[in-house]
Design a protein around this ligand. Sequence first.
Ligand code: NDP
Length: 253
Amino acid sequence: MQNNNFGVIGNPIAHSKSPIIHNFWYEKLNIKANYEKILITNTKDLKENILNYKGVNITLPYKEDIINIVNELSQEVKIIKAANTIINDNGFLKAYNTDIFGFFEPIKNENIKNALIIGAGGAARAVYYALKENNINIKVINRSKKEDFLCEVDTNLKEFEFDILINTTSASLNNLLPLNEDVLKTLAKNAKIAYDLAYNHDIFLNFCKTHNKTIKIQDGLDMLVYQAALAFKYFCGIYPNEDLINGAKKLIS
Ligand code: NDP
């Protein structure tokens, strides 16, 4: 039966910081709700579990599988074929993607014309959509060939001047650089911003900073909070104000 609760579904899920963020906002806004971690080990169990909640976030490895389970897809989900937020309206499930907003919000005031997306997995699809919407020229490079991405994906680079380098790979999580050191050094020297979607794993950002003292760096913590903020609006009808956003950032840093 549907309750007034929310959660985040994934496998693994123990590391998720989303409950800290959402429960902090419920408390501050006097909303009687709870947000919990939901471990699902098999795709076939997704729907039955989602129906127990008023809304859920979806994380690895289900962001793509979920679109075959819900009743309706938002426009952006139809295009990128990945969702991270589901609303349960009395059994009718609608899917959204708030990673798009979350990714772009921290860099929305930067003057960016050319972007390099490193990696072509699920998160890169949201990044591509956000950049495209903002009329930014995009090049995507991935270590392996990808035929089913939203644009052509290269495995080698021919140009090395981009305003922003965006690491959407999971390489940092394994303490690895996503590209050959010499290539990355040249890219970093020419770039204004280095952005890693990962957080608490600074190998990529530290490398860029070492080779370009003036480069601005951005990790994935802000993205995590902003994607949660838009999901919160879908769940509760309120977009958290600046104090609440900053409070959440502090809590998870
Ligand atoms: P996926 O598994 O869908 O994609 C992983 C990508 O990384 C693929 O392009 C893969 O290449 C590439 N890759 C993995 N290891 C290496 C390596 N050693 N060198 C070069 N490329 C590598 O993952 P997601 O797209 O879902 O997530 C990617 C990252 O984004 C993770 O670090 C995740 O934590 C982060 N993320 C952060 C969010 C936030 O809110 N801050 C939100 C969502 C994701 P190949 O195709 O060849 O395998």
